[in-house]
Design a protein around this ligand. Sequence first.
Ligand code: HEM
Length: 538
Amino acid sequence: TGPETVSPTGAPTGAPQLSRGQQGEFLTTSTGARLHDTDHSLKAGERGPTLLQDHHLREKVMHFDHERIPERVVHARGYGAHGVFVGYGTASNVCMAGFLGDGVETPVFVRFSTVLGSRGSADTVRDTRGFATKFYTKEGNFDLVGNNMPVFFIQDGIKFPDVIHAGKPHPDREIPQAQSAHDTFWDFVSTHTEATHHVMWNMSDRGIPRSYRMMEGFGVHTFRLVNAEGETVLAKFHWKPKLGVHSLVWEEAQLAGGFDPDFHRRDLADAIESGAYPQWELGLQIMPDSPQQTFEGIDLLDPTKIVPEELAPVQPIGMLTLNRNPQNYFAETEQVAFHVGNLVPGVDVTDDPLLQARLFSYLDTQLTRLAGPNFNQIPINRPHAPVNDMLRDGFHQHAVHAGVAPYRPNTLDGGNPFVAKAQDRPLVEVAQPLPRAVKVREAPKSFADHFTQPRLFWQSLSPVEKEHLVNAFTFELGKCYEQAIKERELLVLAGVDATLCAGVARGLGLPVPATARLKKVTPSPALSQVGHTWPPDG
Ligand code: HEM
């Protein structure tokens, strides 16, 4: 057996335990010395001054002074719950991951979030919602870090800092704190027509969910699945809520934001506490793995595109039930660290340029947010699979590693740690013959169509949903100070649908842009640089 990794509490990994800070009956210092008084500092006489030698005072205040950690750079506002995932076994022909096996039960932790607001912002604002799931499988942690919308604003992760800078509050006034009703957001999306599809989802009723329990979830990217024979397919993950998809109406969202900014977290916690456990069915859209990585003319590496369910139906593969509230918000919901690179054998990434950047970003941000490289030892992040890594030391190292030294081959430690034998399951990576690499800084031509799918989305809405969408665009754009931004966004909407554009223009009290004018629009430098389709050709 390999050298043992000893957990600080000696407890099974994953589920948080009452910490060492709460053992025994009596109040102590952090080093276990019994305390008789924590209400008065030690002073030179009743009226002071306070003595520097009062170690308890200094420790208590010092620790309080350092209670805060940085909030997440995005998705700062969130709420989590524990649960269980049960596989149906239906995915076994396309994916070898053990947790998808028939009847296999896997503990999970899910964190729902808004994207743009700060940690203390309101729940019901118009925004995308995060839907991140950590599966503590026997083969290691698998993180499905998705959203409640199936598409994303940008096609390349190098634009992520830009879209978030545009979406976060203005740096001078720090407003608006959580909504998309401001100039920089609309400036960005009106000059990056690739964002149009995601914006349509945001402005639709999907942007103001009734409850986390009533949201769909999407892995967004196309993933590559591998079966036991080493055969591959391309696939998209979907979560379907048992309670159906429901939204607030805008007035409700605004009122709820005022009278109960914790509306969504209260709803989830109350439901779980009362035994009304929310459930989601996990499903897969499965597409053939071809060298082109397209399906029915849709580029599967473009995260601004969906594959319509009519073309690739969602096939159910398992059920998620959330059945336990966190015991401690900070220990669990705040310290949980999701990462799209946490994969298990059978699930692999594709070359989607957004996904590729995410593979770098999550580890990197957690290094700062959770202060050092050992955050996977925090109870909520610990795998339920045995860990025998060669990582050592570093800030907040809790493991007491045995053995001579972590290197391989090691003739002094009897060969520990062993690596998987050839006949064992292949590691996560799938050997793909690599084409001769050509280094380019440009988007593939197939990423250039920014309007077909937003139009498809518009056409899929019922009359009342269309009305809500027009109203949402009108409200949010109406908050822009710059007239030119509103006019530019109207041109984008004209590229989607004339009725949509006319409705928003009317709401804003602006003239409907003449289609003829579209042809005369000069591409902005940003647009021509990144090769966007402009003008929207409808
Ligand atoms: C956090 C989803 C794109 C960087 C999150 C979270 C979710 C999420 C759900 C919150 C996780 C939690 O609850 O702790 C997505 C989806 C994306 C996307 C679905 C696109 C399909 C990106 C990109 C980047 C990025 C392109 C960077 C290049 C981050 C960072 C965090 C985060 C830095 C904070 C993580 C932390 O502090 O632990 N994302 N994201 N995301 N995301 Fe993304």
